[in-house]
Design a binder for this molecule. Structure first.
Ligand code: PGA
Length: 250
């Protein structure tokens, strides 16, 4: 059966010292509860190795991106093998901020997914429509195309290693959360898209997270939906108390 997962996405926040302190705080808080979900924090590259040194195995660690090449003359990039060598086990790929501000396309994302998988990193692959597509009614097709273009060359075995995150762009960092019914409609659609390509078993076993202004006050209603298997949490992952409030919503 698929896992419930709550993953933090710190984005470009916290200095190294602040980040290590936050990771410790989350780790300590997690030690005091028995979460009904896997818990992951995805942190800036600079923080990966030091954070790996202060958390235990109740808390998973991930990067927020990786390069679309394995190694070589790509100044400023960080590769999947480098991420894996820090002890991280996950990597967010295809976040809408990467697509919007850094021009990431399905073609580059394909390479990144392949490199992540080849280095035993679990991609947390993000998809989601912008406001205009929500309003003009094309949002289901848009998300289907994002999945097909970047992921449908994968074998069923590789596809089943992925975590998906549906993040409506209009809900990210805006305080405007999708309603639990809007999330459920999309998550059920995504699961059907997967089923049509890879079959029912793969579809049923894929964790699909919701992201976009998820907070302690709305997490429970979202996570209660049958096809919502957890959350990818931005702003609310920067305060241990808020993040734990979401973790314990399960
Ligand atoms: P948010 O971000 O929770 O701050 O809306 C979510 C994300 O972008 O992953």
């Amino acid at each position: 059966m698929r896992k419930n997962i709550v993953a933090g996405n710190w984005k470009m926040n916290t200095t190294l010292q602040e980040g290590v302190a936050l990771a410790k705080e989350v780790n300590d808080a997690l030690d005091k509860v028995t979460p009904k979900c896997d818990v992951i924090i995805c942190v800036p590259f600079t923080h990966l190795a030091p954070v790996a040194g202060v958390i235990n195995d109740k808390l998973g660690l991930g990067a927020e991106n990786c390069a679309d090449h394995k190694s070589g003359a790509y100044t400023g990039e960080v590769s999947a093998p480098m991420v894996a060598s820090t002890g991280a086990k996950y990597v967010i790929l295809g976040h809408s901020e990467r697509r919007q501000y850094y021009g990431e396309t399905s073609e580059t994302l394909k390479e990144k997914v392949n490199l992540a998988l080849a280095n035993n990193l679990t991609p947390i692959f993000c998809i989601g429509e912008v406001l205009e597509q929500r309003e003009n009614g094309t949002y289901l097709d848009v998300v289907k195309a994002q999945i097909e273009e970047a992921l449908f060359d994968l074998s069923a075995e590789d596809f089943s290693k992925l975590i998906l995150a549906y993040e409506p762009v209009w809900a990210i960092g805006t305080g405007k959360t999708a309603t639990d019914d809007q999330a459920e409609e999309m998550h059920a659609h995504i699961r059907k898209v997967i089923e049509d390509k890879y079959g029912k078993e793969v579809a049923e076993n894929t964790s699909i997270l919701y992201g976009g202004s998820c907070k302690p006050s709305n997490a429970q209603a979202l996570f209660a939906k049958p096809n919502v298997d957890g959350g990818l949490i931005g702003g609310a992952s920067l305060k241990a108390e808020d993040f734990m409030g979401i973790v314990t919503a399960f």
